[in-house]
Structures are given as C-alpha cells and as structure tokens.
Write a protein of this length. Structure first.
Length: 368
C-alpha cells in the first residue's frame, strides 16, 4: 500500500524491554493505611490514595511525605508497604531492575537503620535521602548524626537532611510537618527533567513551591559548621524555603558533592544498559566487538560532557574509556570476558560565592 496508510508487522517475539535509567524516581518504604505487599508504582497523590489509602492513623507521616513529593514536582514514585517489617528491611523488594533513583524511609532516623538504607543504595545503584532526627534541634546534635554515618563504607551515596519543613494542612488554616527528604526528592525530580543529574537541587534550583516554613533555624556559624560536617540544610532565603546544602555524607574529597553520587548513578545505569547488549556477543580476533563496545560507552558519556556534568576543556579532558589490550587481555578474552575502564572528571558546584567591590575615587580612572 502506498503512503499514507497503515502497515502492520507481525512478529513471533516481543521487542526487548529497555532498562529504566530515569534518575528522578523516588523509592519509599513505609507503613501506609493499606496496600499490596509488592512494590507499586504511583504517579500522583490520587493514585497513591487508591492503592495505599488515605491520611489516617499511623499512615499520616507517609501520606504527607508523598503529598509533598508530588507537590514539588515529583512524577514517579515506587512505594512498598512495610507493614510486616521495619521499613529499612523492606527496601530490597525494590529490585535493581526498577532502575536508579532516590531512596527514603520517612520517619526512620536511627543510625543502624540508615546504614541499611545506604547498603541498599550501594547494592542497587541508588542514592539515599536520609532524615535527621526531628528531636535533634541543636547544631551539635545534627553534626553528631552526620559523624555517625560518615564512617559507613557507603556514606558516599547518602545525604542527611534537616530540619523538617512546614507545609499547608489538609484543612484550611492548619499546617503539617514533613521530613525535608520528601521536599528534596520532589526538587530533584523537578530539576532532573532538564536531563542533568549533576546539578545541585539547592539554592535557586532548590526553591520549594510548597513548604511555607521550617521547624528550626540556626546561626550562620552553625549553618557553616553543619554543612562542613555533611548535614544538608534547608534555609529561609528571601522569605521562601530553599535547600541550602548538597553534600554527601562521605569525608572522601572525591565524593563530597551529592551531585557526584547522582551522576555516578546515572552513568552506571546507562553503562549497564550498554553492557547488557554485549552479553553473548562474539569476541572476534580483529577486535571489532571490543571497539564497538568502547565506542558505545564513549557515545554514552558525550551528552554528560555537553551538559557540563563532566569537567574539561575538551571531551578527552573530561572522560576516558579504555578497552585496550591492557584491559582486554588474551586471558580475559579466553575466559569469555569483555572489560572496559571508564574514567570521568565530574564538575563541582559553587558552594561559596565571593564578590569583591573596589571603590576608587572620582578622579581616578578604573583600570581595565
């Protein structure tokens, strides 16, 4: 049939499913009012209510966190009903096949439980948004919480957020408190739609559209000390609520920025998709498969460089993919293995902006 028209192609096999690589997804384990035992994907508060129930009893905290996430711009939320166990012990129901994203357990702030969240993230290529204890209302207490987690081997993939945010209540004239992790998860989802997981969802990019206040504030010296300790804080700026920190819990300077953990997550997810395509590919004697593997990995990294997530004057300065004979040796090839080594330089963010104003006298010329 000539165009225009309709063509139907019949196939015996379904097309292969693509792996999820979205990074703005939020994974939440908690105790809703009802719901299935298996993880469920919801894309709105109305869909959450239909699946997991309304705002009643012990489910209030989780409901409010979900509400805040969607109000801030979140679009994709996985929820697991942890009715039969502690929320942190239910996280592995979020299998790795569900893809990358942020992980939280609203209402969980015990260090041992948070360590389990970090372990889940390291094992499943995700990052953690951890909630500071709402009872910790002094800078020293919050710093101690961060210090307790900094020694965790998976601290690089986690962040600790304080204080709680105040949002409008369900009844007119009332308010609710929610962990700032719920706000931050929505801010990250909103920013990620621009396609750059390295950008900090903080400052002007961390402006809340739903929170009206915070449950606590601190002095400038306390804010600085807590930031250095790895506590990510929300602040009141120009009358609005903003995320005003974006550090991981790690003391390793290679992982200070939480954006680096998220960029690493995105690169790993996309590299795994490429790697999956090469499983069972023949390793030919002319190195064509190896070269193609390297080319696809390099092509995957180019967009990260073009959006400035990777740092360098040229792409060669910003990243390197090695699939040469020092990586793919005769021994590894004989063993049926295909290897690649990726090196990347991730872009930092400006955490401190300094403006120097020099006054000159009226008759004096301003030097170029």
């Amino acid at each position: 049939m000539a165009r225009p028209g309709v063509t139907i192609i019949q196939s015996e096999l379904p097309p292969p499913r693509s792996a999820p690589t979205e990074t703005g997804v939020w994974f939440v384990s908690g105790k809703p009012q009802k719901g299935p035992p298996d993880p469920a994907l919801v894309r709105s508060l109305a869909e959450y209510e239909a699946t997991f129930g309304d705002r009643t009893g012990a489910a209030t905290g989780l409901y409010d966190a979900v509400d805040a996430y969607f109000r801030e711009g979140g679009v994709k939320l996985w929820v697991v009903n942890a009715a039969a166990s502690a929320p942190e012990d239910s996280l592995d129901q979020f299998t790795k096949q569900l893809g990358p994203g942020q992980v939280s357990c609203p209402g969980v702030f015990d260090a041992a439980a948070q360590s389990k969240i970090l372990q889940h993230c390291a094992d499943h290529n995700r990052v953690a948004l951890l909630e500071a204890d709402p009872a910790s209302d002094t800078a020293s207490e919050l710093e101690a919480e961060a210090a307790a987690l900094a020694s965790d081997p998976n601290a690089w993939c986690g962040s600790l957020w304080a204080p709680h945010a105040v949002i409008p209540g369900v009844a007119a004239g009332t308010t609710r408190d929610v962990p700032f992790t719920a706000i931050e998860a929505g801010l990250i989802a909103r920013l990620d739609r621009a396609g750059n997981p390295n950008r900090a969802a903080a400052g002007k990019n961390g402006q809340s559209v739903y929170a009206t206040d915070l449950v606590g504030t601190f002095t400038d010296d306390e804010y600085e000390a807590m930031n250095e300790a790895g506590v990510d804080l929300a602040r009141l700026v120009y009358g609005g609520v903003r995320a005003y920190g974006y550090r991981s819990l790690s003391t390793n300077p290679n992982w200070t920025s939480f954006g680096w953990a998220r960029t690493n997550m995105a690169i790993r997810a996309q590299a795994e998709v490429i790697g999956e395509r090469f499983v069972f590919e023949q390793l030919d004697g002319r190195g064509r498969t190896i070269a193609q593997f390297g080319s696809e990995l390099r092509a995957m990294l180019v967009p990260f460089y073009e959006i400035d997530a990777l740092y360098g004057e040229t792409a060669d300065d910003a990243f390197q993919v090695d699939v040469g004979n020092q990586v793919n040796t005769p021994e590894t090839i004989a063993n049926g293995e295909l290897h690649a080594v990726i090196k990347v330089r991730m872009s930092p963010f400006s955490e401190w902006v300094v403006i120097e104003i020099v006054k000159v006298t009226a008759p004096e010329a301003i030097a170029a």
